[in-house]
Each structure stands twice: as C-alpha cells, then as structure tokens.
Design a protein around this ligand. Sequence first.
Ligand SMILES: Cc1cc2nc3c(=O)[nH]c(=O)nc-3n(C[C@H](O)[C@H](O)[C@H](O)COP(=O)(O)OP(=O)(O)OC[C@H]3O[C@@H](n4cnc5c(N)ncnc54)[C@H](O)[C@@H]3O)c2cc1C
Length: 385
Amino acid sequence: MTSDADIIVVGGGLAGLAAAASLARLGLSIIHLSPPAPPDRRTSALMMPSVDFLTRAGLIDEPAAIGHALTAIRIIDATPRLVRAPETLFDAAEIGLAAFGWNFGNQALLARFQAAIPDNGIDTRPQPVADYTRDGDLGVVTLADGTTLRAPLVVGADGKKSRIRAAAGIGVREHAFAESALVCDLELARPIGGTSIEFHYPHGPFTLVPAGGRRANLVWIDEEQVLKNARDGGPDSLRLALLERSQRLFGAIDIVSPSAIFPLSALSVAEAGRDGVALVGESAHAFPPIGAQGLNLGLRDVADLLDAVTATDRTRADWGVLASRDYARRRSGDLARTGFFVDTLFRSLLADIVPSQALRAGGLWALKALPGLRRQAFSLGMGER
Ligand SMILES: Cc1cc2nc3c(=O)[nH]c(=O)nc-3n(C[C@H](O)[C@H](O)[C@H](O)COP(=O)(O)OP(=O)(O)OC[C@H]3O[C@@H](n4cnc5c(N)ncnc54)[C@H](O)[C@@H]3O)c2cc1C
C-alpha cells in the first residue's frame, strides 16, 4: 500500500492547525482533516516561551500586531474564608522581562496560523474522521464518506473526545468538574492596562485579561448554574453580576460580545503517542483555564512533535512508529508536571477545609516574601524547560 501523505493531522483547532502548518513548513506533505467548527470565542494568554516558539516556527510575526502584552498579574482573595491570602502582585519586570506573555483572540491566532501555511500548501479537507486503524507501517484514517487515507504518522488533534485516541487504544483518565467557565469581552470604565486581575472566589477565579485600551476578556469560573442564571437573566443580570464580582474596582462595565459557557474537566493520557499516532492539544490533556496552561502546553506538544519528526530517520519504512515513540518520551515529563501543577492549584482554590486554606494563603505569603520561590513559581507558570 502507498501512502497519501507523510503525515495526516486530524482536527482544525489551534493545536491541529499549528501542527499542520509548522510540519508543512518543514517540507513534509500534510493532509489536514479540519471539519467546520463554530467560531472559537475564547482568548488565549500565551506565556513568552510559547510566543517565542510561535515566532521561531513562523506561525506569527509581531505579537503586538494581533495581541496584548501581559505585564503583571494581580491576585485578590475575595473568599469569605477564615484564612485569606494577601493581595499579591507579580510583575514581569521582577524577572527582567517586559511581559509574561501576550493575550490573543483565538480567532486571530487561527487566521494567523492559516496564513503561515507555506505557498505549496497542505491538502485540507472538511470531512471528520470516522475511524482509524494501523496497516503495517501506515496509519489508515477512514473519513465519514468512507474514503480511506494512509500515512506513516497520524496526529490526533481532535480535542477532548478524540476518536484517534480511542481507536489507537490510548488510555485516558477524565474527571468532570461541577464548575464551568463563562467568557465574554468587556469594556471597563477604568482600564486595567497590561495587568491581568484575578479575583479568587470559593468556586474559582473571576479573571479580567488585558485586551487593549479599556477592553478586557473575562474568564469567570463558577458553578454552572450560577453562570447560566447570570447569563440567561438578560444583559442587566449579567452586568450586575460582573459589577459585583469585580468589586466595582473598574467602574461601569459594558458587555461587548456574546458570552459562551464551557464545561470544565481534567483529562490526561497514559502516553502521548505510540504505534504511529501522536496526540497534541486537548486530545492529550485538558484542565480548567487557570494559570493559562492549556494551549501553552498544546504548543509545547507541537514543538516536541517537530523535534521528534526532525530527529527521526524518515528513510525507514517504520519512521512513523519511531517518531510517535520519541514524541511520547519527550512529552511525558512536561505533561505529568503541568497536569499536577494545575490540578493542585485548582483544588487548592476550591478547597473549603481550613488546612488547605491556610496552605494556600501561606503559599501566597511565601510567594510575596521569598524572591527565590517567586522565581521558581514564575518559571513553572511560564512552562520554562
Ligand atoms: C474558557 C477557557 C479559557 C482558556 N484560556 C486559555 C488561556 O488563556 N491560555 C491557554 O494556554 N489556554 C487556554 N485555554 C485552553 C485552550 O483554549 C485549549 O487548550 C485549546 O483551545 C485546545 O485546542 P485544541 O486544538 O487541542 O482543541 P479544540 O479547540 O477542541 O479543537 C479540536 C478540533 O478537532 C475537531 N474534531 C473533533 N472530532 C473530530 C473528528 N472526528 N475528525 C476531525 N476533526 C475532529 C473539532 O472540530 C475541533 O476543531 C482556555 C480554555 C477555556 C475553556
């Protein structure tokens, strides 16, 4: 059997498109299976290492052309708990940086990644994948219309419910949280500049992310019913809830986009690749949007995938299997570390027991007071390697 491409990438989200465009830029022939999806209204805070990777890989040019710099993070403990944390400000200047990272609209990023596809192009098809199997050295992908496509390496970037992951038999652990996240764009009377503001409430953070001028992108994590009540009670009910949650620190608030609610879950895989399959993005890992880790981790998947494919001897018939094995090895430490970090952080935010409150408050006091610990926290949060 002959192959139809070097690599088949499944999924047209940010991780899949970043993988397809950057692998094509290495000179590989790519089939990209990207069925139409509703507009992604989220925004992504990407830390400097991710922004540097996107620039190096040619996926974006000047971040300022499509994004907004994140120069500081302010954390306000708004819980009524017995042991509360001090208000804490992390400033990028402390680690000698102009910014921790940049905040981008997901649609702007998708458009930019699309524009980065090399002139000789990739073979993009709008059909979803119905099945996947392995035939010797080739992966065989079956489309919804029954067409089959073959390639040595298949990249599953098909999100949390990944069909490629299931068909490849890669084990997964998933836990659904009672909380969801509401996102929308806001216009504030008092601008937040480059500072991301996080109010910590008992069911999760209420975060205002800089979006330029008086704009901010809201990510509000709370019990799903609380979010639905606020949204479905009409624009005034949502606006009043936002004023209350923001403690009116930024004056009047206008809601300038439709709002969307995302159920939250945590997902991890036994291995990120094997037998000619590599999983990138949320097919391999998902967690609540705190500490801006999800897409940052997804882009580190793409970076390691490029390295694994480049390092593999592609004259061998079984190169897809070798590359997937090398990719899984490169990803294992980062996936375990980041998953543990976000899980611990999220559970500590929700914990109602006094020892956990004390640990979290004590942790923030220590972060406030100890420069060495602050530096370590910066490096962990930014996903430095
Ligand atoms: C509220 C919220 C805020 C966030 N904020 C941040 C942030 O600030 N910073 C950050 O780093 N991360 C953030 N994240 C995480 C980030 O948005 C995700 O990690 C990222 O968008 C996942 O991209 P993906 O391409 O892996 O998955 P998806 O965007 O889910 O894409 C999967 C794609 O696969 C396609 N697909 C599904 N099934 C098939 C099939 N059978 N065949 C073919 N295609 C298929 C779908 O159509 C879809 O296009 C946030 C997440 C949420 C929920």
